[in-house]
Write a protein that binds this ligand. Structure first.
Ligand SMILES: [Zn+2]
Length: 205
């Protein structure tokens, strides 16, 4: 179904919801709300229509001399901001993603650094749970780049917790996903954590 058609079908649904809430959908402030809401909802879920592969298809290869066979150097992009929608309450959750991967020393395949935030966005713009989103990001990188390992850490604040009176206004949820060598070599995760700490320190000074 085309976006415009879905938009037209969504609008009257919120109109009815507003009536059920005891509102007057015809009053000035609400008149355009069903349309805005439908637009917003389609944007929040537009990742459904996108394949992360479109971003990870662009790959580069490091030279053999530049990335010897025994390398386990990591490529890290931290603090990738995202906003997603919790599928249990349709409430936003937002936060940051930290990603590191270690290229495969035989294929020496890497992707553009700017592609990782794109992959995050593709998965964030869906109805989500944080745990699954974390795994999906790791899996996409694993499947498309075949690295030696990949680790993804997501820190988020959930507005369903903040707003429903659960009284967890400053509680952060943290989820991790590890693939490949990150599962077997804990010292690599320690190195990753150390980089993140350095970055935090860097940020403060
Ligand atoms: Zn929720």
């Amino acid at each position: 179904m085309e976006r415009q058609e879905r938009l037209e079908k969504l609008k009257p649904l919120l109109y009815d919801v507003l009536v059920l809430l005891g509102e007057d959908p015809e009053r000035e402030g609400l008149r355009k709300t069903p349309e805005r809401w439908a637009e917003a909802l389609l944007t929040y879920t537009e990742g459904n229509m996108k394949d992360p592969q479109q971003h990870l298809r662009v790959i580069f290869q490091l030279d053999e001399d530049d990335y010897p066979l025994d390398s386990d150097d990591m490529i890290l992009v931290d603090n990738i901001e995202f906003t997603s929608t919790c599928e249990h309450h349709l409430a936003p959750f937002r936060g940051v993603v930290h990603i590191a991967y270690i290229p495969n020393s035989e294929s020496r395949v890497i992707t553009g650094l700017s592609k990782l935030p794109r992959v995050v966005e593709t998965f964030a713009r869906r109805l989500q749970v944080q745990e699954r989103m974390t795994q999906q990001i790791a899996r996409a990188i694993d499947e498309h780049l075949h690295p030696l390992g990949v680790i993804v850490v997501v820190q988020a604040i959930h507005y369903c917790m903040v707003a429903r009176g659960v009284q967890q206004r400053s509680s952060l949820s943290l989820t991790t996903a590890r693939r490949g060598i990150f599962r077997t070599k804990p010292e690599l995760e320690a190195r990753f954590q150390e980089y993140l700490r350095l970055r935090m320190h860097d940020h403060k000074t």
